[in-house]
Design a protein around this ligand. Structure first.
Ligand code: K1U
Ligand code: ZN
Length: 186
């Protein structure tokens, strides 16, 4: 098992559309192990394979509370079958956009079909954090980031900051109050 480097914006690989997994073999199992190791080390509650540079439609997740036993979940080739009309907002973060958090409105409930590591087909009716996290991670598989769901003003501010940091080779610091736009524009 290896902890892999997590790609950070503006890395263009984060915009790739990931390929479906054709066969769940030893290579895929090893990749899933590395994804869990990387996700727990970050720490994060979810990870898409493309975040470690592997454009395959695989998600790892663990939504267990801090001191509770681990609840690792793997979603292979996940697809949203249906989504509620009702939306709810949740403050999201992203390991590929460190130290930035913003409210995102998404359908409050989604039905998702996916394969487990044995290739067995499942369907889950997700609500709450599971619904939010599944939609966030499935977005990653399609090259979409949570900042694509916020205002252009805020998105441009985030991208500008990360481009500057990448150019200078600086570590990413939390956003200060004066770096955050205080009003919404389109
Ligand atoms: O996809 C990712 O970048 C992982 C991301 C998942 C996510 C978080 C919140 C809403 C939607 C999707 C994260 O895990 S960010 C880190 C995080 O939320 C967290 C880390 C440690 C403890 C609790 C939460
Ligand atoms: Zn993310």
């Amino acid at each position: 098992m290896t902890t892999r480097e997590i790609l950070v914006i503006p890395d263009k690989r984060l915009r790739l559309v990931s390929e479906p997994v054709k066969k769940i073999d030893k290579g895929i199992r090893a990749l899933v192990e590395d994804m869990f190791e990387t996700m727990y080390a970050a720490p994060g509650i979810g990870l898409a394979a493309i975040q470690i540079g592997m454009p395959q439609r695989i998600i790892t997740m663990d939504l267990a509370k801090k001191d509770d036993p681990k609840e690792p979940q793997v979603f292979i080739n996940p697809e949203i079958v249906s989504a509620s009309e009702e939306v709810s907002a949740y403050e999201e973060g992203c390991l590929s956009i460190p130290e930035y958090y913003e409210e995102v409105a998404r359908p409050s409930a989604v039905k998702v079909k996916y394969l487990d590591l044995d290739g067995k087909l499942h369907e889950v009716e997700a609500t709450g954090l599971l619904a939010t996290c599944l939609q966030h991670e499935i977005d990653h598989l399609n090259g979409v980031l949570f900042i694509d769901h916020i205002s252009k003003l805020k998105r441009d501010m985030v991208i500008r900051k990360f481009k500057k940091v990448a150019k200078r080779g600086e570590p990413v610091k939390p956003f200060s109050e004066d770096e955050k736009p205080s009003h919404h524009i389109g």
